[in-house]
Design a protein around this ligand. Structure first.
Ligand code: RFL
Ligand code: PHB
Length: 392
């Protein structure tokens, strides 16, 4: 039986930031991660960080490489049936956003934890959580072939949407909210310089597409696709043809290059309330999922970790429980603002189907897009949500 102060399940952005912030205040944690170090350091996922997230990482001492390598963006573009419009984020809000891969954030955090002799147990899959009715809950995990146990003052589920933590909460103790969408995303990485300095969100008759990037050499592209789509049906040629058709600006060229990775992602909105049951806390995707359109998931995950670290530090220092009590409420206020933004932005940009009211919906989308690209007030509302609003 191992013993620690905080037992953390999952070495994604939420779990690693939490472990790091706790360590800065002298609180010990053990992070259990089902995958190998190499796997999590190579897993390409999100790429866009809000200014507030960057500030947090820099203040926590894990921002050196981020400061050097992140691409700063002062605006985004919306392409509406081939016509481009710029939203000047920094001019409107004073803030910027940053392109820096999630796996780079993860790499920097793992390095910082291991340099500080922090414990991350890779290839250690949590199986279940017991003793939540006591003051010393226990995580059972699959270690070196045998089942081992980790006992802690608190357990934090940072194990993503498909983890085991959420299932440890009795169903009567929480409420779940969810929404599904009639589309998925097909995403590729192409080894070619981005075709534009800024992101381009394209609304087109053939459906939504997004041009983004990870570095000056690596382009990231997404296509809206059907929910039952299988990647085997998408040859590289078919993907490029569809991408060209979804960015129909005759004065803009999408650079083609070798596709180095491709995959399909489900789109959903999900929230569990509260994000806590007794001594088990949930953070990040384990507690909430947003459609990727607004680029918010990793930012929310890191924010949860910050709020929880502050609450635990206060408990260990003074025995006060008020910040632990308010953890879920504080996070959820931000989560619901982001849920609304991500839903609204997704519904505005995607082709919503061929139902009887689809032409009506399309006219609403076009009207909304014209409003967003012409009214400074509407544009500012989009911009302040996009760069990150905090708790409202
Ligand atoms: P993660 O990153 O999923 O980490 C969970 C970790 O837990 C491990 N795990 C377990 N470990 C031990 N025992 C178990 N039983 C375990 N079960 C799972 C997993 O191996 C993993 O290492 O959750 P976390 O930390 O909450 O972070 C959330 C973010 O990963 C997620 O919200 C973002 O990737 C979402 N997202 C985006 N977010 C942004 O902020 N900006 C973006 O630009 C952005 N783009 C995206 C995205 C997500 C996407 N996909 C793949 C859904 C684009 C896409 C396509
Ligand atoms: C990404 O770079 O993967 C990304 C950027 C912005 C989004 C979604 C995904 O809105």
């Amino acid at each position: 039986m191992m013993r620690t102060q905080v037992g953390i399940i999952g070495a994604g952005p939420a779990g690693l930031v939490l472990s790091h912030l706790l360590a800065l205040e002298g609180i010990e944690s053990v992070v259990l991660e089902s995958r190998s170090r190499q796997y999590v350091e190579r897993r390409m996922r999100a790429g866009l960080l809000e200014q507030g997230t960057v500030d947090l990482l820099c203040e926590a001492g894990v921002g050196d490489r981020l400061r050097r390598e992140a691409l700063v963006h002062h605006g985004i573009e919306l392409m509406i049936n081939g016509t481009r419009h710029r939203i000047p984020l920094t001019e409107l809000t004073g803030k910027s956003v940053f392109i820096y891969g999630q796996h780079e954030v993860v790499k920097d955090l793992i390095e910082a934890r291991l340099n500080a002799h922090g414990q991350i147990l890779f290839e250690s899959e949590a199986v279940d959580i017991n003793g939540l009715d006591s003051d010393l809950p226990t995580i059972r995990f699959r270690g070196n072939e045998a089942i081992e146990e980790l006992r802690a003052d608190f357990v934090v589920g940072c194990d993503g949407f498909h983890g085991v933590s959420r299932a440890a909460i009795p169903s009567g103790a929480v409420v779940e909210f969810q929404k599904t969408y009639p589309f998925s995303w097909l995403g590729i990485f192409a080894a070619v310089p981005p075709s534009n300095d800024e992101l381009i969100y394209s609304y087109s008759e053939r459906g939504f597409a997004l041009h983004t990037m990870r570095s000056p050499q690596l382009t990231r592209l997404y296509l809206q696709c059907a929910t039952n789509e299988v990647i085997q049906n998408w040859s590289d040629d078919r993907i490029w043809n569809e991408l060209h058709a979804r960015f129909p600006d005759p004065d803009w060229t999408l650079n083609e290059g070798p596709i180095v990775e491709k995959g399909i992602t489900d789109i959903r909105s999900y929230v569990i309330e509260p994000m806590r049951y007794r001594r088990l806390f949930l953070a990040g995707d384990a507690a909430h999922i947003v459609p990727p359109t607004g680029a918010k998931g990793m930012n929310l995950a890191i924010f949860d970790a910050r709020v929880l670290a502050d609450a635990m530090v206060d408990w260990y220092r003074s025995g006060r429980t008020d910040l632990l009590e308010s953890y879920s409420g504080t996070c959820l206020r931000r989560v619901w603002r982001v849920q609304h933004f991500s839903w609204w932005y997704s519904e505005m940009l995607h082709k919503l189907g061929d139902g009887e009211d689809s032409s009506f919906q399309q006219q609403l989308q076009l009207s909304q897009l014209r409003y967003i690209t012409t009214s400074r007030a509407a544009m500012t509302s989009l911009a302040e949500n996009y760069v990150g609003l905090g708790v409202v």
